[in-house]
Ligand binder design. Structure first.
Ligand SMILES: *Cc1c(COP(=O)(O)O)cnc(C)c1O
Length: 380
């Protein structure tokens, strides 16, 4: 349950609740302790580095998608750093080699191009290849790494056993917001396609998309599935790299009503933007929950909630409330800590929401505020 005192929050602001984040981390730690898998944070989904002391006290490190995320992982958590990229650039690879513990290549050609070089720079680095198990039940193609013509990972057809000499592990990432049954289907396909190679590896990385901290996730079955997999493959090391499951339901985005008017329907303009601050509500798309609000028509007063940019479609949706909305009212969007501020833009010059942590002692810690500089410095 949220304990944030919304009245104290200056808007716009993302508020991560330390207590809820820690509850997620404890559950992920239990998966790790009971299954023997290592769990690392995927920075792509959650990168509030002011929480990384806490995150690093439960998880084993971070997974990064390129140089910048790898640097952040090294600078702010300094545990295991796994770096993957659909394609590494010549100018980045040396620095990546120096700060990474694991480097994951997307294709045999990338592996062949860079493996000798990164090993020379960092002899203890582990090398892996991302394979594509070609099975996924991901809900939408935008988030399906195994869709037809996927550019992510090496299919069995493109795999050559001669690569094995250079490899310590194999990675896959095939899930999105899914339960353990989806993982089991992927593992079946992985073992069918790559089974003989798995036993030659030191580790297999099961990627992300495991919705472990969602209420209905079958955590005990995940632990069994990992243990069984490890037993079938001589105790092989397993990694999980969730992003969303770390930040899942750990906080809110708080906005203020700036104006209310009527144009066929009642409309409220907020000091945030769906496009700039809640992009998955438009891209996935999905409807964010608003605290205390219902579906359109469910409660007495229905409003279309819209953002403060000039994009016509910058709309969060239609929500109903028990009371009339007034200028200055706060609107609280639930579960806005993953895949939100990591994707924010300064589109239309709109101010980026502040980042805050609601501490366990019920104090508010505003860790970052943004202004005009963030807009200007990204342009010239
Ligand atoms: C996005 C991604 C993750 C994290 O996925 P979640 O759905 O946030 O758990 C992990 N590994 C890779 C390779 C990814 O691309």
């Amino acid at each position: 349950m949220s304990s944030v005192d919304i009245a104290q929050i200056p808007t716009p602001c993302y508020v991560c609740e330390e207590q809820l984040l820690e509850a997620n981390l404890k559950l992920l730690r239990r998966v790790s302790d009971e299954s023997g898998a290592k769990v690392i944070l995927a920075l792509k989904g959650f990168a509030m580095w002011s929480t990384f002391d806490l995150v690093g006290s439960y998880l084993d490190g971070c997974t990064a998608s390129g140089l910048h995320e790898a640097r952040l992982a090294r600078e702010e958590m300094d545990k295991e750093v796994h770096t993957y990229s659909p394609a590494f650039k010549e100018e980045d690879i040396d620095e990546i080699a120096m700060i990474s513990d694991h480097i994951v290549f997307n294709t045999p050609s990338q592996l062949q191009r860079f493996s000798t070089r990164v090993k020379a720079l960092n002899p203890s680095v582990s090398l892996s290849l991302r394979v594509n198990p070609e099975v996924s039940s991901s809900p939408v193609d935008l988030y399906n790494p195994c869709a037809l013509y996927s550019r992510l990972g090496t299919t069995l057809k493109n795999f050559d056993p001669s690569l094995l000499d250079d490899l310590d592990g194999l990675n896959f990432h095939a899930l999105c917001e899914q339960n353990v049954d989806a993982l089991e289907a992927v593992l079946l396909s992985l073992e069918e396609k790559f089974g003989p190679y798995i036993d030659e590896m030191k580790y297999i990385n099961f990627g992300g998309g495991h919705h472990i901290t969602r209420n209905d996730y079958d955590v005990d079955r995940l632990i069994r599935v990992i243990r069984d997999f490890r037993t079938r493959h001589n105790g092989i090391k397993v990694y999980l790299e969730p992003g969303e499951a770390v930040g899942w339901q750990t906080g809110v985005l708080v906005a203020t009503v700036l104006d209310v008017f009527h144009n066929g329907i009642d409309i409220a303009i907020l000091d945030i933007s769906a496009e700039a601050h809640m992009p998955d509500t438009l891209a996935m798309p999905y409807r964010a929950e608003v605290k205390g609000a219902g579906e359109a028509g469910e409660k007495d007063f229905t409003y279309r909630l819209g953002g403060n940019t000039c994009l016509a479609g910058d709309v969060m949706g239609d929500y109903s409330f028990d009371e009339v909305l007034k200028i200055g009212d706060k609107i609280v969007f639930e579960d806005q800590i993953h895949y939100t501020f990591v994707k924010n833009t300064t589109f239309n010059g709109i101010r980026l929401p502040s980042l805050a942590i609601w501490r366990k002692d019920n104090s508010l810690d505003i860790v970052r505020e943004f202004g005009y500089e963030e807009y200007k410095t990204r342009l010239s």
